[in-house]
Design a protein around this ligand. Structure first.
Ligand code: ATP
Ligand code: MG
Length: 210
């Protein structure tokens, strides 16, 4: 049995991660691939409980370090219980956010720095990395416009100021610059179908289809 692939979708609030996960799920399923879609923080019942702690808290409840520890506790569970079993069965996993979000939000946004997040990554999940990471790039201004048109209440991260979100965006772009083999950056202002096509091309190019 060939091991499956993990593709992660990253980017700021409202960049189109959930929209693109749905489109890719259907495109890859058409190619006969068994797809599992999942999200972070979350992806197992206990990790979803940690998600609730992180996203439903008032901003400032946890400092960046506590957030990073909670994200990695949830990620370790997600990896062990959901992602690795699916990959071992040959399935492909599409995750709405993964470790690059902790690097971007806590490492760059909250200012913990790259070294600390890399060390935490190694402690929690070793050398594991996604096979392909898609960074949907959107300015904080455009992100705000998309959030304003949405009905739901804002979560703890969505309530943070524009300067924080500018650091997160710059962080994602820096991650992509440092790991060009694993990461692609897609302009999230393109029409939905054009974003999907760009991602699909990268999948064929970098991973190949079975
Ligand atoms: N390429 C696009 N062009 C214009 N609007 C888009 C595009 N992709 C998604 N949208 C719209 O932007 C909003 C946010 O999209 P979506 O929920 O997929 O983003 P997200 O990255 O999952 O957001 P969140 O971080 O809040 O989960 C939705 O209203 C969606 O319809
Ligand atoms: Mg979403």
């Amino acid at each position: 049995m060939t091991r499956g692939r993990l593709i992660t979708l990253e980017g700021g609030e409202g960049a189109g991660k959930s929209t693109q996960i749905r489109a890719l799920d259907s495109a890859l399923s058409t190619h006969g691939i068994a797809v599992t879609t999942t999200r972070e923080p979350g992806g197992t019942p206990h990790a979803e409980t940690i998600r609730g702690l992180l996203l439903n808290s008032e901003p400032g409840t946890f400092d960046g370090m506590t957030q990073a520890l909670l994200h990695y506790a949830a990620r370790r569970e997600h990896l062990r219980q959901t992602i690795l079993p699916a990959l071992e069965e040959g399935g492909w996993v599409l995750s709405d956010r993964f470790s690059d979000s902790t690097m971007a939000y806590q490492g760059y946004g909250a200012g913990l720095g790259r070294d600390l997040i890399e060390a935490l990554h190694t402690i929690a999940i070793g050398t594991f990395k996604p096979d392909l990471t898609v960074i949907l790039d959107l300015s904080s201004e455009r992100s705000q416009v998309r959030l304003d048109t949405r009905a739901e209440d804002r979560n703890a991260y969505e309530l943070l100021d524009q300067a924080f979100h500018d650091r997160v965006r710059a962080g994602f772009l820096d991650i992509a610059r440092r790991e060009p083999d694993r990461c692609i950056v897609v302009d999230a202002t393109l029409p939905e179908a054009a974003v999907t096509a760009a991602i699909f091309e990268a999948i064929e190019d970098k991973l190949g289809l079975p």
